[in-house]
Design a protein around this ligand. Structure first.
Ligand code: SAM
Ligand code: SF4
Length: 334
Protein backbone atom coordinates (compact mmCIF):
# COMPACT_ATOMS: atom_id res chain seq x y z
CA UNK A 1 0.00 0.00 0.00
CA UNK A 2 1.15 3.53 -0.68
CA UNK A 3 2.03 5.29 2.51
CA UNK A 4 3.02 8.87 2.24
CA UNK A 5 3.62 9.77 5.87
CA UNK A 6 5.76 12.90 6.25
CA UNK A 7 5.93 13.34 2.48
CA UNK A 8 4.23 15.85 0.23
CA UNK A 9 0.45 15.38 0.49
CA UNK A 10 -0.82 12.87 -2.07
CA UNK A 11 -4.30 14.30 -2.30
CA UNK A 12 -4.19 17.83 -3.68
CA UNK A 13 -6.80 19.21 -6.05
CA UNK A 14 -6.48 21.64 -8.99
CA UNK A 15 -7.05 24.60 -6.66
CA UNK A 16 -4.22 23.65 -4.32
CA UNK A 17 -6.49 22.33 -1.56
CA UNK A 18 -5.12 19.31 0.31
CA UNK A 19 -7.69 16.65 1.10
CA UNK A 20 -6.99 15.15 4.52
CA UNK A 21 -10.50 14.42 5.79
CA UNK A 22 -13.03 11.85 4.55
CA UNK A 23 -16.63 11.26 5.46
CA UNK A 24 -17.44 7.64 4.95
CA UNK A 25 -21.05 6.54 4.83
CA UNK A 26 -21.70 3.27 6.66
CA UNK A 27 -25.30 2.86 5.49
CA UNK A 28 -28.04 4.82 3.70
CA UNK A 29 -30.58 3.39 6.16
CA UNK A 30 -31.85 5.11 9.26
CA UNK A 31 -34.31 4.63 12.10
CA UNK A 32 -35.38 8.31 11.76
CA UNK A 33 -36.91 10.14 8.78
CA UNK A 34 -35.91 13.77 9.41
CA UNK A 35 -38.00 16.10 7.27
CA UNK A 36 -35.02 17.97 5.80
CA UNK A 37 -33.01 14.80 5.09
CA UNK A 38 -35.44 12.25 3.70
CA UNK A 39 -38.79 11.84 2.05
CA UNK A 40 -41.35 9.98 4.16
CA UNK A 41 -41.27 6.93 1.90
CA UNK A 42 -37.70 6.09 1.10
CA UNK A 43 -36.38 3.22 -0.95
CA UNK A 44 -33.05 2.04 0.40
CA UNK A 45 -30.26 0.37 -1.52
CA UNK A 46 -30.30 -3.37 -2.10
CA UNK A 47 -27.57 -5.12 -0.10
CA UNK A 48 -25.41 -6.13 -3.03
CA UNK A 49 -24.94 -2.51 -4.06
CA UNK A 50 -23.67 -1.63 -0.62
CA UNK A 51 -20.01 -1.97 0.34
CA UNK A 52 -19.33 -4.72 2.85
CA UNK A 53 -17.80 -3.81 6.22
CA UNK A 54 -14.48 -5.17 4.92
CA UNK A 55 -14.69 -3.03 1.79
CA UNK A 56 -15.45 0.05 3.87
CA UNK A 57 -12.42 -0.73 6.00
CA UNK A 58 -10.26 -1.07 2.85
CA UNK A 59 -11.44 2.32 1.63
CA UNK A 60 -10.60 3.91 4.98
CA UNK A 61 -7.15 2.31 5.03
CA UNK A 62 -6.44 3.40 1.45
CA UNK A 63 -7.19 7.02 2.33
CA UNK A 64 -5.11 6.93 5.52
CA UNK A 65 -2.22 5.62 3.41
CA UNK A 66 -2.68 8.71 1.26
CA UNK A 67 -2.28 11.09 4.17
CA UNK A 68 -5.86 11.42 5.39
CA UNK A 69 -5.80 12.44 9.05
CA UNK A 70 -9.47 12.36 9.96
CA UNK A 71 -12.28 9.94 9.16
CA UNK A 72 -15.89 10.60 10.00
CA UNK A 73 -18.31 7.68 9.85
CA UNK A 74 -21.79 8.83 8.97
CA UNK A 75 -24.82 7.81 6.94
CA UNK A 76 -27.83 7.32 7.17
CA UNK A 77 -27.48 6.31 10.77
CA UNK A 78 -24.09 4.61 11.05
CA UNK A 79 -24.90 2.86 14.33
CA UNK A 80 -27.91 0.95 12.97
CA UNK A 81 -25.84 -1.11 10.54
CA UNK A 82 -25.46 -4.65 11.83
CA UNK A 83 -21.99 -5.22 13.27
CA UNK A 84 -21.05 -1.56 12.76
CA UNK A 85 -18.87 -1.91 15.84
CA UNK A 86 -16.55 -4.30 13.93
CA UNK A 87 -15.91 -1.65 11.30
CA UNK A 88 -15.53 1.02 13.96
CA UNK A 89 -12.87 -1.05 15.77
CA UNK A 90 -10.97 -1.62 12.52
CA UNK A 91 -11.08 2.05 11.52
CA UNK A 92 -10.29 3.04 15.11
CA UNK A 93 -7.02 1.11 14.81
CA UNK A 94 -5.89 3.18 11.80
CA UNK A 95 -3.58 6.12 12.25
CA UNK A 96 -6.23 8.83 11.91
CA UNK A 97 -8.69 10.66 14.14
CA UNK A 98 -12.02 8.84 14.15
CA UNK A 99 -15.29 10.73 14.51
CA UNK A 100 -18.90 9.60 14.17
CA UNK A 101 -22.02 11.59 13.38
CA UNK A 102 -25.08 9.94 14.89
CA UNK A 103 -28.70 10.66 15.69
CA UNK A 104 -28.02 9.33 19.19
CA UNK A 105 -30.67 6.63 19.17
CA UNK A 106 -28.21 3.79 19.86
CA UNK A 107 -25.87 5.56 22.26
CA UNK A 108 -27.31 4.26 25.50
CA UNK A 109 -26.24 0.77 24.46
CA UNK A 110 -23.18 1.69 22.44
CA UNK A 111 -21.41 4.78 23.86
CA UNK A 112 -18.97 2.88 26.09
CA UNK A 113 -18.12 0.40 23.31
CA UNK A 114 -17.48 3.24 20.88
CA UNK A 115 -15.06 4.85 23.29
CA UNK A 116 -13.27 1.57 23.77
CA UNK A 117 -13.19 0.98 19.98
CA UNK A 118 -11.11 4.13 19.51
CA UNK A 119 -13.72 6.73 18.55
CA UNK A 120 -12.27 10.16 19.33
CA UNK A 121 -15.21 12.46 18.68
CA UNK A 122 -19.01 12.28 18.53
CA UNK A 123 -21.45 14.64 16.81
CA UNK A 124 -25.01 14.03 17.91
CA UNK A 125 -27.98 15.53 16.10
CA UNK A 126 -30.80 17.04 18.14
CA UNK A 127 -33.10 19.63 16.60
CA UNK A 128 -35.61 20.14 19.39
CA UNK A 129 -35.99 19.67 23.12
CA UNK A 130 -39.77 19.35 22.93
CA UNK A 131 -40.99 15.80 22.51
CA UNK A 132 -43.79 16.61 20.05
CA UNK A 133 -41.61 18.93 17.94
CA UNK A 134 -38.75 16.42 17.93
CA UNK A 135 -41.16 13.78 16.70
CA UNK A 136 -42.51 16.13 14.03
CA UNK A 137 -39.02 16.92 12.71
CA UNK A 138 -37.63 13.38 12.84
CA UNK A 139 -40.97 11.67 12.08
CA UNK A 140 -39.95 8.51 13.97
CA UNK A 141 -37.45 9.71 16.58
CA UNK A 142 -37.96 9.65 20.34
CA UNK A 143 -36.48 12.56 22.26
CA UNK A 144 -35.96 10.81 25.65
CA UNK A 145 -33.95 8.08 23.92
CA UNK A 146 -31.66 10.65 22.28
CA UNK A 147 -31.25 12.72 25.46
CA UNK A 148 -30.34 9.56 27.37
CA UNK A 149 -27.87 8.78 24.57
CA UNK A 150 -26.21 12.18 24.92
CA UNK A 151 -25.86 11.60 28.66
CA UNK A 152 -24.41 8.14 28.02
CA UNK A 153 -21.82 9.67 25.67
CA UNK A 154 -20.82 12.26 28.28
CA UNK A 155 -20.65 9.54 30.95
CA UNK A 156 -18.49 7.36 28.67
CA UNK A 157 -15.88 10.12 28.77
CA UNK A 158 -16.18 11.62 25.28
CA UNK A 159 -14.65 15.09 25.14
CA UNK A 160 -15.92 17.99 23.04
CA UNK A 161 -19.15 16.29 22.01
CA UNK A 162 -20.93 18.45 19.47
CA UNK A 163 -24.69 18.70 19.12
CA UNK A 164 -25.96 19.46 15.61
CA UNK A 165 -29.25 21.25 15.02
CA UNK A 166 -30.70 22.15 11.62
CA UNK A 167 -32.67 25.34 12.23
CA UNK A 168 -35.97 25.72 10.39
CA UNK A 169 -38.12 28.82 10.53
CA UNK A 170 -41.45 28.22 12.23
CA UNK A 171 -40.30 24.82 13.52
CA UNK A 172 -37.43 25.09 15.95
CA UNK A 173 -36.09 28.63 15.57
CA UNK A 174 -37.79 29.42 18.89
CA UNK A 175 -35.60 26.79 20.58
CA UNK A 176 -32.19 28.20 19.72
CA UNK A 177 -31.59 29.59 23.21
CA UNK A 178 -32.95 26.43 24.86
CA UNK A 179 -30.49 24.35 22.82
CA UNK A 180 -27.64 26.67 23.85
CA UNK A 181 -28.65 26.30 27.53
CA UNK A 182 -28.87 22.54 27.15
CA UNK A 183 -25.37 22.44 25.64
CA UNK A 184 -23.99 24.62 28.42
CA UNK A 185 -25.54 22.50 31.15
CA UNK A 186 -24.36 19.25 29.51
CA UNK A 187 -20.81 20.53 28.96
CA UNK A 188 -20.93 20.05 25.17
CA UNK A 189 -20.71 22.26 22.06
CA UNK A 190 -23.67 23.06 19.85
CA UNK A 191 -23.64 23.77 16.14
CA UNK A 192 -26.47 25.32 14.16
CA UNK A 193 -26.80 24.28 10.52
CA UNK A 194 -28.50 25.96 7.58
CA UNK A 195 -30.67 23.50 5.67
CA UNK A 196 -29.17 22.42 2.35
CA UNK A 197 -31.19 21.60 -0.76
CA UNK A 198 -30.25 17.95 -1.17
CA UNK A 199 -32.97 15.77 -2.70
CA UNK A 200 -36.58 16.57 -3.58
CA UNK A 201 -38.88 16.87 -0.60
CA UNK A 202 -42.53 17.91 -0.52
CA UNK A 203 -42.93 18.16 3.26
CA UNK A 204 -41.92 21.84 3.35
CA UNK A 205 -40.61 24.63 1.17
CA UNK A 206 -36.89 24.86 1.90
CA UNK A 207 -36.76 28.55 0.97
CA UNK A 208 -39.58 29.39 3.39
CA UNK A 209 -38.01 27.35 6.18
CA UNK A 210 -34.56 28.89 5.63
CA UNK A 211 -33.11 30.45 8.77
CA UNK A 212 -29.70 32.02 8.25
CA UNK A 213 -26.84 31.57 10.68
CA UNK A 214 -26.81 35.36 11.16
CA UNK A 215 -30.41 35.21 12.40
CA UNK A 216 -29.54 32.37 14.78
CA UNK A 217 -26.52 34.29 15.99
CA UNK A 218 -28.54 37.39 16.80
CA UNK A 219 -31.02 35.29 18.79
CA UNK A 220 -28.14 33.93 20.89
CA UNK A 221 -26.60 37.37 21.28
CA UNK A 222 -29.77 38.56 23.00
CA UNK A 223 -28.46 36.55 25.97
CA UNK A 224 -24.75 35.88 25.44
CA UNK A 225 -21.97 37.84 23.80
CA UNK A 226 -20.32 35.55 21.25
CA UNK A 227 -16.56 35.87 20.93
CA UNK A 228 -15.26 34.66 17.57
CA UNK A 229 -12.47 32.12 17.89
CA UNK A 230 -9.90 30.93 15.44
CA UNK A 231 -10.47 27.37 16.70
CA UNK A 232 -11.39 25.07 13.89
CA UNK A 233 -12.27 21.45 13.64
CA UNK A 234 -11.42 19.76 10.36
CA UNK A 235 -14.94 20.61 9.18
CA UNK A 236 -16.73 23.73 7.94
CA UNK A 237 -18.01 25.05 11.31
CA UNK A 238 -17.11 28.52 12.54
CA UNK A 239 -16.91 28.66 16.34
CA UNK A 240 -17.69 31.22 19.02
CA UNK A 241 -17.08 31.20 22.75
CA UNK A 242 -19.39 32.45 25.48
CA UNK A 243 -18.43 33.77 28.91
CA UNK A 244 -18.77 31.41 31.87
CA UNK A 245 -18.61 28.11 30.02
CA UNK A 246 -16.34 25.87 27.96
CA UNK A 247 -19.22 25.11 25.60
CA UNK A 248 -18.82 26.64 22.17
CA UNK A 249 -21.40 27.67 19.62
CA UNK A 250 -20.72 26.79 15.99
CA UNK A 251 -22.37 27.58 12.69
CA UNK A 252 -22.39 25.68 9.42
CA UNK A 253 -23.60 28.15 6.84
CA UNK A 254 -23.48 26.74 3.32
CA UNK A 255 -25.74 29.52 2.02
CA UNK A 256 -24.63 32.61 3.87
CA UNK A 257 -20.92 31.92 4.42
CA UNK A 258 -19.60 29.76 1.65
CA UNK A 259 -16.92 27.43 3.02
CA UNK A 260 -15.60 26.01 -0.25
CA UNK A 261 -12.26 27.82 -0.47
CA UNK A 262 -11.03 25.97 2.62
CA UNK A 263 -12.56 22.63 1.70
CA UNK A 264 -10.30 19.76 2.75
CA UNK A 265 -12.73 16.86 2.49
CA UNK A 266 -14.38 14.35 0.24
CA UNK A 267 -17.16 11.86 0.86
CA UNK A 268 -17.57 8.20 0.05
CA UNK A 269 -21.12 6.91 -0.21
CA UNK A 270 -22.00 3.42 0.99
CA UNK A 271 -22.14 2.35 -2.67
CA UNK A 272 -18.47 3.26 -2.92
CA UNK A 273 -18.99 6.44 -4.90
CA UNK A 274 -16.31 9.01 -4.14
CA UNK A 275 -18.06 12.39 -4.07
CA UNK A 276 -15.69 15.26 -4.58
CA UNK A 277 -18.12 17.94 -3.39
CA UNK A 278 -21.29 17.97 -1.25
CA UNK A 279 -23.02 20.35 -3.65
CA UNK A 280 -22.01 18.84 -7.00
CA UNK A 281 -22.47 15.51 -8.71
CA UNK A 282 -18.77 15.02 -9.63
CA UNK A 283 -17.89 11.49 -8.52
CA UNK A 284 -15.84 8.39 -9.18
CA UNK A 285 -16.84 4.78 -8.63
CA UNK A 286 -14.49 3.07 -6.16
CA UNK A 287 -16.62 -0.07 -5.83
CA UNK A 288 -15.77 -1.29 -9.29
CA UNK A 289 -12.04 -1.14 -8.57
CA UNK A 290 -12.52 -2.62 -5.09
CA UNK A 291 -14.47 -5.58 -6.42
CA UNK A 292 -12.41 -6.17 -9.55
CA UNK A 293 -9.05 -5.91 -7.78
CA UNK A 294 -9.80 -6.70 -4.11
CA UNK A 295 -6.15 -7.25 -3.23
CA UNK A 296 -4.72 -4.29 -5.08
CA UNK A 297 -4.99 -1.34 -2.73
CA UNK A 298 -2.43 0.65 -4.70
CA UNK A 299 -4.72 0.55 -7.70
CA UNK A 300 -7.56 1.86 -5.56
CA UNK A 301 -5.27 4.58 -4.23
CA UNK A 302 -4.33 5.62 -7.78
CA UNK A 303 -8.03 5.95 -8.68
CA UNK A 304 -8.45 8.18 -5.61
CA UNK A 305 -5.40 10.31 -6.50
CA UNK A 306 -6.63 10.76 -10.08
CA UNK A 307 -10.10 11.73 -8.83
CA UNK A 308 -8.71 14.85 -7.13
CA UNK A 309 -8.63 16.57 -10.53
CA UNK A 310 -12.43 16.38 -10.57
CA UNK A 311 -12.97 18.28 -7.34
CA UNK A 312 -14.99 21.39 -8.27
CA UNK A 313 -14.08 24.82 -6.98
CA UNK A 314 -17.35 25.41 -5.13
CA UNK A 315 -20.93 24.30 -4.59
CA UNK A 316 -23.91 26.04 -6.17
CA UNK A 317 -26.81 25.98 -3.74
CA UNK A 318 -29.83 28.03 -4.77
CA UNK A 319 -32.87 27.86 -2.52
CA UNK A 320 -35.21 29.39 -5.08
CA UNK A 321 -34.39 26.87 -7.74
CA UNK A 322 -35.16 23.19 -8.06
CA UNK A 323 -32.44 21.25 -6.25
CA UNK A 324 -29.59 20.52 -8.64
CA UNK A 325 -28.52 17.70 -6.35
CA UNK A 326 -31.11 14.96 -6.47
CA UNK A 327 -29.47 12.67 -3.94
CA UNK A 328 -30.72 12.96 -0.37
CA UNK A 329 -28.42 13.74 2.53
CA UNK A 330 -28.68 10.16 3.81
CA UNK A 331 -27.21 9.00 0.48
CA UNK A 332 -24.55 11.68 0.54
CA UNK A 333 -23.12 10.95 3.95
CA UNK A 334 -23.78 14.16 5.89
N1 SAM B 1 -27.92 10.05 11.09
C1 SAM B 1 -26.84 10.82 11.58
C2 SAM B 1 -27.30 12.13 12.17
O1 SAM B 1 -28.44 12.50 11.93
O2 SAM B 1 -26.52 12.77 12.85
C3 SAM B 1 -25.75 11.06 10.57
C4 SAM B 1 -26.16 11.39 9.17
S1 SAM B 1 -27.00 12.92 8.96
C5 SAM B 1 -27.28 12.96 7.22
C6 SAM B 1 -25.70 14.08 9.29
C7 SAM B 1 -26.11 15.50 9.57
O3 SAM B 1 -26.66 16.04 8.40
C8 SAM B 1 -27.15 15.65 10.66
O4 SAM B 1 -26.67 16.55 11.64
C9 SAM B 1 -28.35 16.23 9.95
O5 SAM B 1 -29.05 17.11 10.78
C10 SAM B 1 -27.71 16.91 8.77
N2 SAM B 1 -28.60 17.06 7.62
C11 SAM B 1 -29.36 16.13 7.02
N3 SAM B 1 -30.00 16.64 5.95
C12 SAM B 1 -29.65 17.95 5.87
C13 SAM B 1 -29.96 19.02 4.99
N4 SAM B 1 -30.79 18.87 3.97
N5 SAM B 1 -29.38 20.22 5.24
C14 SAM B 1 -28.53 20.40 6.27
N6 SAM B 1 -28.19 19.42 7.12
C15 SAM B 1 -28.74 18.21 6.94
FE1 SF4 C 1 -31.48 9.78 9.68
FE2 SF4 C 1 -29.59 11.53 10.25
FE3 SF4 C 1 -31.05 11.78 8.02
FE4 SF4 C 1 -32.19 12.23 10.35
S1 SF4 C 1 -30.51 13.41 9.48
S2 SF4 C 1 -33.05 10.97 8.69
S3 SF4 C 1 -31.18 10.81 11.66
S4 SF4 C 1 -29.67 10.19 8.46
Amino acid sequence: MLNNKNETPALVDRFGRTVDYIRLSVTDRCDFRCVYCMAEDMTFLPHKQVLSLEELEQVAAAFVGLGVKKIRLTGGEPLVRRDAIKLIRAVGALDAELAITTNGSQLVQMAADLKEAGVDRLNISIDSLKEDKFKEMTRTGKLPQVMAGIKAAVDAGFQRIKLNAVVMKGRNDDEVLDLVEYARSSGVDVCFIEEMPLGHISEHDRAEAYCSSDEVRSIIEERYALQPTTERTAGPSRYYRMAGTDSRVGFISPHSHNFCSECNRVRVTVEGRLLLCLGNEHSVDLRETLRQYPDDIERLQQVIIDAMDLKPEKHEFDLDDEPQIVRFMNMTGG
